[in-house]
Ligand binder design. Structure first.
Ligand code: COI
Length: 351
């Protein structure tokens, strides 16, 4: 591994009390190149522009994937990474689906550790804030034949962030889309492929223009079963059962989703991963059994849902307030991440 620290840190220009999601980037980045069938060693160097030609393969065909992770300040001298192996595994699963080369766990984990150590001052100290880590890979051949590239770049860039939604921990408003779908079985929906997000921007803009925070995606075939939200997985507390759409090829296998189900089981809550229709949700609301709805994701953390709109009908959840289950989940999950409560699952990786 090669490490070239900057001689010109930008950290003193950053207003850590006024962070937006993903706007500013720390001093360093990690770069690796795949050529002739092998990855180069990680090269950690000052964050800055990269030079590409207009024929860059990824720009034409979107052969590009990413991960979303966070580094959490856990007291003097400790920064926690979270479920590193799971993120590495998901990155490689996305790579396989997009016909891209996998990355060794050694390069991924050692590279991230070195990068975080070098930029440790960029990890915000305020609880709820974090250094967002964005590993990503793209096809880097300068070649516009419509087939998999033979060259790739892998980068990790990092960005100090506050809450993802402008609502903070206040409930978000979701709407289904009658016109668009996110993923079909056999497609790329379960990979963290850049193109999945590109396709969601138009429906998300429509949703925002109508006063909603994000789209609640339904299945592509029947437009009946709930799948996920724009940037998070979704959970429904029905009576005392926690229900979440099962992973059947179209839903992103969220690491926070997996953590939420594990924590709920730890408390003795029944967890059902199954198909759940939008009609069932409206019925459960109408008969009083729908207690809470919340989303879960790395960027979104635990995000209470206050309202769902579907085909002209709207339900308001939990008086548009944070429910006790979502609050307890937020406290337990962030407690582990920020090193405030015991990590009984061995999820954290101190750097
Ligand atoms: C994450 O939660 O890390 C994500 O990747 C969502 C992102 C599109 C903001």
């Amino acid at each position: 591994m090669k490490v070239t620290p900057t001689s010109n840190s930008r950290i003193s220009d950053i207003d850590f009390s006024n962070l937006q999601f993903g706007r500013i980037f720390s001093d360093h980045m990690l770069e690796m190149t795949y050529k002739d069938g092998t990855w180069s060693e990680p090269d950690i160097k000052p964050y800055g522009p990269i030079t590409v030609e207009p024929s860059l393969h990824a720009l034409h065909y979107g052969q590009a994937i990413f991960e979303g992770m966070k580094a959490y300040y856990a007291g003097p001298g400790t920064i926690n990474l979270f479920r590193l192996d799971d993120h590495h595994e998901r990155l490689n699963n996305s790579a396989k689906r997009l016909c891209m080369p996998e990355l060794s766990s050694d390069n991924f984990i050692r590279g991230l550790e070195e990068l975080i150590k070098l930029d440790h001052q960029w990890v915000p100290k305020t609880f709820g804030h974090a250094l967002y880590l964005r590993p990503f890979m793209f096809a880097s051949e300068h070649y516009i034949a419509a087939k998999a590239s033979s060259e790739y770049k892998f980068f990790i860039i990092t960005s100090p962030v506050a809450a993802y939604y402008s609502e903070g921990f206040n409930p978000v408003k979701l709407t289904t889309s009658e016109k668009f779908v996110r993923a079909v079985r056999g497609g790329t929906g379960e990979a963290k492929a850049a193109g999945n997000y590109a396709g969601s921007f138009l429906p998300a803009r429509d949703a925002r223009e109508n006063g909603f925070t994000q789209v609640l995606w339904l299945d592509a075939l029947e437009q009946k079963y709930v799948e996920e939200v724009g940037t998070m997985n979704i959970f429904f507390l029905i009576d005392d059962k926690l229900v979440t759409p099962k992973l059947a090829g179209t839903v992103l296998p969220g690491i926070t989703r997996r953590s939420v189900t594990a924590l709920a089981k730890e408390w003795g809550t029944d967890v059902e991963e199954r198909r759940i229709s939008i009609d069932e949700i409206f019925e459960a609301h109408n008969n009083g059994s729908l207690k809470e709805v919340f989303g879960a994701g790395t960027a979104a953390v635990i995000s209470p849902v206050g309202l769902i709109h579907h085909k002209g009908e709207t339900i308001t959840l939990n008086q548009n307030e944070i429910g006790p289950f979502a609050k307890k989940m937020f406290d337990r999950l962030t407690g582990i991440q920020y090193g405030k409560t015991e990590d009984t699952f061995d999820w954290t990786h101190p750097v």
